[in-house]
Design a protein around this ligand. Structure first.
Ligand SMILES: [Cu+2]
Length: 134
């Protein structure tokens, strides 16, 4: 009787040990996976504190900011990347901010305050807006 109880107890201990080994193995696999860099979010998909706009177009009729309206949280930094065959710029006239005019620029601006911020390319006139929420 006593022997049987002991055997059952040690079997339980073995199962618990196997389960924790399995859990440990799983944890190791998870941490190994997170060691790889996470891919950058696509243009215009805002994360908590960063987002991006691409300046696109290969003809005058399709030059544009993509996305044209970008929503971000207050404090976020927006990066514009040029991917077009013509010189463009990013001009916030009310904020008094303007990027360089060129074909392969990048421009970064941090939006500390909530509001709607309209901007445009002063060379071609196409527009965009940044909507900053809490
Ligand atoms: Cu332009």
């Amino acid at each position: 009787m006593r022997k049987a109880r002991l055997a059952r107890a040690s079997l339980c201990a073995a199962v618990v040990a196997a389960a924790s080994l399995w859990a440990l193995f799983g944890a190791m696999q998870t941490s190994a996976q997170s060691a790889y860099p996470t891919p950058a979010p696509p243009a215009g998909s805002p994360t908590a504190n960063a987002a991006s706009v691409v300046i696109t177009g290969m003809t005058t009729s399709d030059y544009s900011f993509q996305p044209r309206t970008l929503k971000v949280k207050a404090g976020a930094r927006v990066t514009w990347a040029w991917q077009s065959n013509a010189p463009h710029n990013v001009t916030f006239s009310k904020l008094g901010k303007q990027s360089m005019t060129g074909q392969s620029e990048t421009f970064k601006l941090r939006f500390k305050h909530t509001g709607i911020f309209h901007y445009f390319c002063s060379v071609h006139g196409f527009t965009g807006k940044i909507v900053v929420h809490k």
